[in-house]
Write a protein that binds this ligand. Structure first.
Ligand code: KIV
Ligand code: NA
Length: 275
């Protein structure tokens, strides 16, 4: 399993870090089989798996439940688990307590939370506890209501400067990597150069230290609308739809199950059945 030191070496040598989300045993197993280097149990769980409108409805218990399954599916991959909405803002004590619970019960390698500023003391305390922390800046989906929706961040000189400062403050607080979501690609490159920990981009252009995408988006699982920064590398929805439709038609036409999928008893036993 790659660790935080390996990821830092990859940044220095310029080898891109590949990260994707996973939410259950089979998705984690696939990620590990394909040598994905970091798995994120994202709170995007709320939308892509649980059918909520946003990530705000996701609870610590939801994250623990799914992260445990991911760990079983990918025992040898670096797993990061999101702290969900409302579990790290009330106080530093609450943040540390919830981070410990999440880390301990899921056997993850790191936790991730959105933001900087007022959260810096909590991040320092969590890291001091021995829990690696991944930051998340740029578009912060948990704060989408405050930001006025899902929009590109850091497009002006001032806001871009603020993001660079926030990233540096996160590094000072001890984060081992930072996810940057939905920023101009030029800012992504500046962040890679000016920030000493790996910058993992999602909608941050190609000149960052690594990329992360949501599992369902990248394999085309589901027919939901995907953001501009997504490439669907396969169309799993079409493959699954074809399978389900063929099953339905087979049942209706009585071509399924055929003898190949059926069990039989011999003639003698059959005769005995009718006396
Ligand atoms: O929850 C999630 O999937 C994420 C990624 C989009 C980075 O935080
Ligand atoms: Na998230």
């Amino acid at each position: 399993m790659k660790n935080v030191v390996n990821f830092l070496e990859m940044k220095k040598s310029g080898e891109p870090i590949v990260m994707m989300t996973a939410y259950d045993y089979p998705s984690a197993h696939l990620a590990e089989q394909q040598q994905i280097e970091m798995i994120l149990v994202g709170d995007s769980l709320g939308m892509v798996v649980l059918g909520y409108e946003s990530t705000v409805s996701v609870t610590l218990e939801d994250m623990i439940h799914h992260a445990k399954a991911v760990r079983r599916g990918a025992p040898n991959t670096f797993v990061v688990v999101d702290m969900p909405f409302g579990t790290y803002h009330v106080s530093t004590e609450q943040a540390v307590q919830n981070a410990i619970q999440l880390f301990q019960q899921t056997n993850a390698n790191a936790i991730k939370l959105e933001g900087a500023g007022e959260l810096l003391p909590a991040i320092e305390r969590i890291v001091a506890t021995g829990i690696p922390v991944v930051g998340h800046l740029g578009l912060q989906p948990q704060s989408a209501e405050v930001l006025g929706g899902y929009k590109v961040q850091g497009k002006t000189t001032e806001s871009a400067k603020r993001l660079v400062d926030d990233a540096k403050a996160l590094v000072k607080a001890g984060v081992c990597a930072i996810v940057f979501e939905c920023i101009p690609k030029q800012l992504g490159e500046i962040l890679r150069e000016q920030v000493s920990v790996p910058i993992i981009g999602i909608g941050a252009g190609v000149d960052v230290d690594g990329q992360v995408l949501v599992y369902h988006d990248l394999v085309g699982y589901g027919d939901h609308r995907v953001p501009k920064f997504v490439e669907k590398f396969s169309d799993v929805h079409a493959v699954m739809s074809t399978g389900i439709a063929a099953y339905r038609d087979g049942v209706k036409a009585r071509t399924f199950p055929s003898d190949a999928q059926s069990f039989t008893m011999n003639e003698q036993q059959l005769d005995g059945l009718y006396g």
